[in-house]
Design a protein around this ligand. Structure first.
Ligand SMILES: Nc1ncnc2c1ncn2[C@@H]1O[C@H](COP(=O)(O)OP(=O)(O)O)[C@@H](O)[C@H]1O
Ligand SMILES: [Mg+2]
Length: 279
């Protein structure tokens, strides 16, 4: 059976419903296939978190249609199933733990979903392994680096076996090393565990290796396409209030100065290759 992970049609939302014209989402439509790695980029306040909270039923649907992992988000019937099918990792790693011992924290989520107690240690070991934190069961999250904390938070979400994981600016509070760890974990969850990944960010560089990128601005999706289509288009990114990736900015700066690279690079590695090709 072919089923999309997310199908959103014309979702509109206002925080003060009933007559409020201040829309935080304006007719948002998007489709995410199972197993895709999608980046949603936009500047602060454009509606990213509001959209994310729709996708895991933290905000009830006011207008439009939404299906998550084949479950209709209209009404209340599927709320619990949607939350389980679509897990969310948030920005602040320190706000995501209920226990000071990692295995207890992961067990808490599992018990909430009625997982038999004798299965919990095995599930805990396997999700810690999946995020590269195998053997950390008895440690405290508070002793870990930011990147490690986020990976433990991801393990907690993974434990209830969601099909989809949403990362709402999950790297924003991390140092460069932690950011790399979490990005790598997202990719490995897609590649090794067949999860659908939705990564919300305002760091354009993080979207470079996504399968597809959506740009959101002022509650609207203003563009969708491959990273190359979207991220090498400075005008489009400027409209969303974002700067292109470093390599793209250098390409256009060089062009202005009369130096033409053969193709517009997306990453610093590609930029170096293009520069080496000059002469
Ligand atoms: N709980 C809330 N009550 C009222 N307005 C809100 C609330 N949360 C967000 N907003 C507003 O909705 C808009 C979108 O916010 P949000 O989805 O958090 O954007 P982003 O995640 O892209 O920064 C912003 O104008 C914000 O001020
Ligand atoms: Mg947000």
């Amino acid at each position: 059976m072919l089923m999309n992970a997310i199908e959103a049609k014309e979702i509109s939302h206002s925080y003060e419903y009933e007559g409020s014209k201040n829309l935080s989402l304006k007719g948002v439509s998007l489709t995410v296939e199972l197993g895709e790695f999608i980046a949603i980029l936009g500047h602060n306040g454009c509606g990213k978190s509001t959209l994310a909270k729709h996708l895991n039923a933290l905000i009830p649907l006011q207008q439009g249609d939404l299906t998550v992992a084949g479950l209709d988000a209209k009404g209340k019937a599927n709320i619990r199933r949607i939350r389980r099918a679509c897990g969310m990792v948030f920005q602040n790693p320190d706000n995501q733990f209920v226990s000071s011992i990692i295995k207890e924290d992961i067990a808490f989520g599992l018990e909430n979903y009625g997982t038999p107690e004798d299965q919990i240690p095995e599930i805990t070991a396997s999700v810690l392994e999946a995020v590269g934190m195998g053997g950390y069961e008895n440690k405290s999250p508070h002793m870990l680096s930011g990147g490690q904390k986020q990976r433990i938070a991801i393990a907690g979400v993974l434990a209830v076996a969601p099909d989809i994981l949403i990362f709402d600016e999950a790297t924003a509070m991390l140092d460069p090393e932690g950011r790399q760890e979490v990005l790598y974990t997202m990719k490995s969850l897609r590649d090794e565990n067949h999860k659908t990944i939705i990564m919300i960010s305002h760091y354009v560089e993080e979207a470079v290796s996504a399968d597809r990128v959506y740009l959101i601005h002022d509650g609207e999706i203003i563009a969708g396409g491959t990273p190359r289509e979207i991220l090498t288009n400075p005008e489009l990114l400027m409209r969303a209030g974002l700067l292109p990736p470093f390599a793209v900015r250098v390409y256009y700066d060089l062009k202005l100065a009369g130096v033409r690279l053969e193709k517009c690079p997306l990453t610093n590695e590609e930029l170096a290759e293009e520069i080496c090709r000059l002469k």
